[in-house]
Design a protein. Structure first.
Length: 284
């Protein structure tokens, strides 16, 4: 399957069975190359719908302290962008059909050269790229590279995104829309704004792209809440990094797998329950 089709195929499959997406995040190269590969394999084996992978950057303005620390520790090991691409290549061989998205910052793309960055990303099996600090107003700087290499450009929207700006974002967006559950940086704190439900409705009114919610989604109940608000999936990162950091090396995979399976079950069971409820006979 070409990387042009993976996101569309996955979300179509989920819709067919009445399920939602669970997309786990980790920092490429954290805490080291081999451990990171095992983490990504655990993502796949747990039934994750897609992968969201970060490139370690020195000033990740959209990320909270947990992911910032992981990025700093990864940079300190000398893990490079090329090392990251090679690691992606390994997980792509392990999971040929799962959508893989990169979360990066524009300085990294510019330093590497946008043309070379997108070409190499595509060659190593990347399906989507989210440049956290690249606004839609500047998306034309990478749009041609994304299109040429069959890579979906993913964008973040927030409860403050109005209809005019949303229209500008949707002009370039592909794969799915990354909606933040709250204003601020990534983390595990739960603070959901009433505007989030309106944001999801606004996106769905203007686009057929799936909407996945991130920022602060750290347990199954929060994942279910996002589904109740109309999200097509959830993204979790900081909690995963916390598990990797806090668990002894021998227990990492056990603790991580337990968490991943619970998150997958939350979005699957929610969807199954919703389908059962909708098909139940209406009382007279």
């Amino acid at each position: 399957m070409s990387n042009l089709d993976r996101y569309a195929a996955k979300f179509a499959q989920l819709k067919k069975v009445g399920s939602k997406a669970f997309i786990p995040f980790t920092m490429l190269g954290y805490p080291n190359r081999d451990a990171c590969l095992q983490t990504m394999k655990a993502f796949v084996d747990s039934g994750a719908s897609a992968l969201e992978l970060g490139l370690a950057f020195s000033d990740p303005m959209a990320d909270g302290p947990t992911i910032q620390q992981a990025a700093n520790e990864t940079i300190a090991t000398g893990f490079s962008v090329d090392d990251a691409f090679n690691l992606i290549n390994d997980i792509r061989k392990y999971a040929p059909e799962i959508p893989i998205g990169l979360l990066v910052y524009y300085n990294m793309v510019l330093k590497y050269d946008p043309s070379k960055f997108y070409k190499k990303a595509s060659a190593h099996g990347v399906d989507g790229i989210l440049i956290a600090d690249l606004p839609a107003e500047s998306a034309d700087e990478v749009a041609d590279h994304a299109k040429l290499n069959n890579i979906k450009q993913i964008f973040i929207v927030s409860p403050l995104t109005d209809k005019i700006r949303l229209k500008a974002i949707l002009q370039y967006a592909g794969g799915f829309i990354y909606a933040v559950s709250r204003l601020g940086i990534t983390g595990v704190e739960a603070r959901y704004d009433d505007q989030l439900k309106n944001l999801i409705a606004s996106v769905k009114a203007q686009s057929e792209l799936p909407i996945c919610i991130g920022f602060g989604i750290s347990n199954p109940q929060q994942a279910k809440t996002m589904c109740e608000l109309g999200a097509d999936g959830v993204i979790t990162g900081s909690k995963i990094i916390e598990i990797i950091r806090s668990s002894p090396q021998a227990d990492n995979q056990s603790a991580l797998s337990e968490f991943l399976l619970a998150m997958v079950a939350a979005v699957t069971n929610y969807s199954a329950k919703s389908s059962a409820d909708s098909s139940a006979p209406t009382p007279n």
